[in-house]
Write a protein that binds this ligand. Structure first.
Ligand SMILES: [Zn+2]
Ligand SMILES: [Zn+2]
Length: 336
């Protein structure tokens, strides 16, 4: 099979021929149809995630088809459409897992494309518990970005405490944010989009935002307060100052949900105390969260806007994503 691997820390991507991997007991082999490129793939490319064993194939936004089922795997059959995201597995028996906090597993937390080879390849193997079912209506390319960008925004929103009719703001209208606005609208929130500059306003409105705040022109906190403040703000940006600037726009008991990785965040304690506001991080989700994201997206018409590249152009596709030239998501398609 063909795969694109990082040979060593800080190595360039290389297209290689590899043996098709065999699934061990409890694992499944997947014929990969599409794999999204995520900013977190830089952890593999730049060697910034401790303990990665190289060479490593990145990629954790995978849609494909079950190709071979390993020993002892119960529910999956050859030919089923499946997705694999960031969460690649957990032990199931440590104290955190027994409380349902699988993201905090401290025995065998597996991350797709980091702990084991990911989706920049024609085939891959993954633990059975890492698989999500893919609805028929969703193409592989449409589904791929939902496996990380999608589930991260969807799951943060549905766990934010916001109720239908509440004002919810999405900070940043890029790969995550353009999905966040759509999810917010379809979940019945009064969704406000915040970004820098005028150019994203027409799209934000088209995606269903009731209001657009250009944070270059206007103070986003003051603007949010014209709506009574936001019950929830989903921060998808990678700029901590942009997060600090919206905090004053949270309603009483409001929550800033942080899903963009930024530098140290400055928070005024008075703001938190006086309005019982909070700042919270959210882990993307496990395979059932991804499955719910795919299902919700298919039934409600949420779409990721993608640029599509063939596998052999992975290096170019990755550059396009990391340089910010790609406006939304970049997806590798193995089907030409
Ligand atoms: Zn990701
Ligand atoms: Zn565990």
């Amino acid at each position: 099979m063909r795969a694109v691997q990082v040979p060593d820390t800080k190595g360039p991507f290389e297209l290689v021929e590899r043996e098709i991997p065999e699934p061990q007991a409890g694992w499944i082999r997947i014929k990969v149809q599409a794999c999204g490129i995520c900013h977190s793939d830089s952890l593999v490319k730049d060697g910034t995630w401790p303990g990665i064993q190289y060479p490593r194939v990145p990629g954790h936004e995978i849609i494909g088809v079950v190709d071979l089922v390993g020993e002892g795997v119960k529910p999956w059959k050859n030919g089923q459409r499946v997705g694999v995201g960031w969460h690649g597995g957990n032990c199931g028996y440590c104290d955190h897992c027994r409380r349902g906090d699988f993201f905090a597993c401290n025995v065998a937390l597996l991350t797709t494309g980091i702990s084991f080879d990911g989706g920049y390849a024609e085939y891959m193997v993954a633990p059975a518990e890492a698989l999500a079912r893919v609805p028929n209506e969703l193409s592989a390319v449409d589904g791929a970005p939902l496996m990380c960008a999608g589930v991260t925004t969807f799951n943060a929103l549905r766990n934010s405490g916001a109720q239908p009719g509440d004002v919810v703001a999405v900070l940043g209208i890029g790969g995550l944010g353009h999905l966040g606005v759509q999810f917010g609208v379809k979940m019945g929130f009064k969704t406000v989009a915040i970004a820098r500059g005028k150019d994203k306003e027409p799209l934000a409105k088209k995606l269903g935002a009731i209001h657009y705040i250009d944070s270059r022109e206007k103070n986003p906190a003051a603007e949010l307060n014209k709506f009574g403040g936001a019950k929830v703000i989903i921060a998808t940006v990678t700029n901590a100052d942009a997060m600090t600037a919206v905090l004053g726009g949270l309603a009483a008991n409001g929550v800033l949900m942080v899903i963009g990785a930024a530098g140290p965040l400055s928070v005024d304690p008075i703001l938190l105390i006086s309005g019982q506001r909070s700042v919270k991080g959210w882990y993307s989700g496990t395979s059932i969260d991804s499955q719910d994201t795919l299902s919700f997206s298919a039934s409600s018409g949420v779409h990721s806007m993608n640029e599509v590249f063939p596998l052999e152009r992975a290096a170019e596709a990755y550059e396009r994503m990391m340089s910010g030239k790609a406006r939304f998501r970049v997806v590798l398609s193995m089907e030409g």
